[in-house]
Design a protein around this ligand. Structure first.
Ligand code: NAD
Length: 493
């Protein structure tokens, strides 16, 4: 495996403010560790209030000219940016894989998904034309979108390219200036992206990077000129960020964690189900908010569980499945599996003693793991483990399965594996999750359909992509006009 900083020079990730790199005012940095090797591949700036002030000031300075730039011109820059991202696809994937632990193929796929959101954003020049209507004699109403000003995005480690791209292309296309706070664990990809925005011709200050941790996030939320906060990360932090931003009168959309169930019924197609379940819980080593982490086995599906078990046990870590992001995350996953075993569940595929790929023994590895015969009230069936671990609970009926789904504190996704249209329809109608899959283990909607969950998987209104996101990143202005005098009286006269 070829890795940034292992086979090349370590990278310094500074802020990106006013169209150029800026060292942190405090002079503080922390190491960036590759999950593949456990060793440093770079260092990242730790932002403080002074850096936030500088980033927001640069963004605010750029805002008047950017909001006055016609949407068709903004879209041209996004076109250019899209071309540059595609031209640098392998390099971006290489950075994202090296810092997050996913495989190169998974990292390429996430960049391409980010491109899809960029394409949606640049299509706004033709689709989001607002509206005008004669609402009374001689009176018209017009509605148009207005940008908010400086807006911020705070993002997690697990999709260094894609999750930021859920936000900034749309926010920027709508005329906002965007400040991105990447995860301190994975700052390398965003740093490369910042340079691509410059190459694409984005005016200085339209896209900024503010690196750091909680201190930087809180200063960003508290800044008076930051008008909206998009957040993606774990649920407790999502809720804190939501409360902090809304208490200051800002709009906030905060996506949190997940515990996505796959409901498997006896008539499910064997090949589709086995592949769907295994790929869902092992893809990105289970470190994605759309990974299945709970399987609700309805009735007798032991023949399918046997095949799932065999397929998962044969998956090699390294080439087939990437690494866990850091030591803390690895310890958490171990703890969850140990606790499940102590609570009486059976570990039928055990990734705890996985063999690291040769040459990467100091990396953070955990093999595919299946916890069977768990009760729905066990922690392994309710809490987000965020590793390549699936917990199986048994249900006698579909109604019982739906009751378990309803009791899920999270609401990102629920999938059903079945060959019956009626069963599929029943699950889609009755699940409270925001995204439903039928025979799909990772039911991520594609643009223009929007991405977003419910319950503690999302705090705030609207979704983070698609049509629904437009209302989050803009205000609707209504202009009511009367020019000609009217002889007949009306409510408008
Ligand atoms: P995290 O919550 O630890 O961090 C997310 C961001 O918040 C990072 O930029 C981090 O620097 C910052 N942060 C961390 N602690 C903070 C605090 N106390 N105050 C303010 N900011 C803080 O999440 P993570 O470990 O980077 O990412 C994994 C989590 O993200 C999982 O729970 C996963 O389900 C979730 N996630 C959700 C979605 C979704 O669409 N719902 C998508 C991807 C990831």
């Amino acid at each position: 495996m070829s890795l940034v900083g292992i086979n090349s020079k370590p990278v310094t990730c500074d802020h990106w403010i006013g169209g150029e790199p800026k060292t942190p005012v405090s002079g503080r940095y922390r190491e960036v560790i590759s999950p593949y090797t456990g060793s440093a591949i770079g260092k990242v700036a730790l932002g403080s209030k002074a850096d936030v002030d500088a980033a927001v000031a640069a963004a605010q300075k750029a805002f008047p000219a950017w909001r006055a730039t016609p949407v068709k011109e903004r879209a041209q820059l996004l076109f250019k940016f899209r071309e540059l991202v595609l031209a640098n696809l392998d390099e971006l994937a290489h950075l994202a894989a090296s810092e997050s632990g996913k495989t190169h193929g998974e990292a390429r796929a996430e960049v391409l998904k980010g491109i899809e959101v960029t394409e949606f954003a640049l299509s706004l020049q033709n689709s989001d034309s607002g509206g005008i209507m004669d609402v009374s004699r001689g009176v018209s109403c017009e509605m148009r979108r207005e940008p908010l000003g400086v807006v911020a995005g705070i993002v997690p480690f697990n999709f260094p390219a894609m999750v930021p791209m859920w936000m900034y292309p749309i926010a920027i296309a709508l005329g906002n200036c965007f400040v991105l706070k990447p995860s301190e664990k994975v700052p390398l990809t965003s740093q490369r992206v910042a340079r691509l925005t410059k190459e694409a011709g984005f005016p200085d200050g339209v896209f900024s990077l503010l690196n750091g941790t909680r201190e930087a996030v809180e200063a960003l939320i508290d800044h008076d000129l930051v008008k909206a906060v998009g957040f993606v990360g774990s649920s407790p932090v999502a809720l804190d960020v939501y409360k902090r931003a809304t208490a200051r009168g800002k709009r906030a959309l905060c996506l949190g964690g997940a515990k996505n169930p796959l409901i498997v019924v006896p008539d499910a197609d064997e090949a589709i189900t086995v592949r769907g379940v295994v790929d869902s819980f092992t893809g990105c080593a289970g470190q994605r908010c759309m990974a299945a982490s709970l399987m609700i086995a309805v009735g007798d599906v032991d023949h399918l569980i046997g095949k799932i078990r065999k397929t998962a046990a044969e998956l090699p870590v390294g080439p087939g499945m990437g690494a866990i992001v850091d030591k803390g995350a690895l310890d958490r996953i171990h703890r969850h599996v140990d606790d499940a075993e102590k609570a009486g569940a059976k570990i039928i595929v055990d990734g705890r003693k996985v063999k690291a790929p040769a040459g990467h023994e100091a990396g953070y590895w955990f093999g595919p793991t299946i916890i069977d015969h768990a009760r729905p009230d066990m922690a392994c069936a309710r809490e987000e483990i965020f590793g390549p671990v699936i917990t199986i609970v048994r249900a006698k009926t579909l109604a019982e399965a739906m009751a378990i789904d309803a009791g899920n504190p999270f609401g990102n996704a629920t999938s059903v594996f079945t060959t019956s249209g009626a069963v599929a329809r029943y699950v889609a109608d009755h699940s409270a999750s925001g995204m439903i899959g039928v025979n799909i283990g990772v039911p991520v909607p594609r643009e223009p359909f929007s991405f977003g969950g419910t319950k503690s998987s999302k705090y705030g209104h609207s979704d983070i992509t698609g049509e629904s996101s437009l209302d989050f990143w803009s205000d609707l202005k209504k202009i009511t006009v009367k020019w000609s005098p009217q002889s007949d009286a009306s409510w408008m006269s």
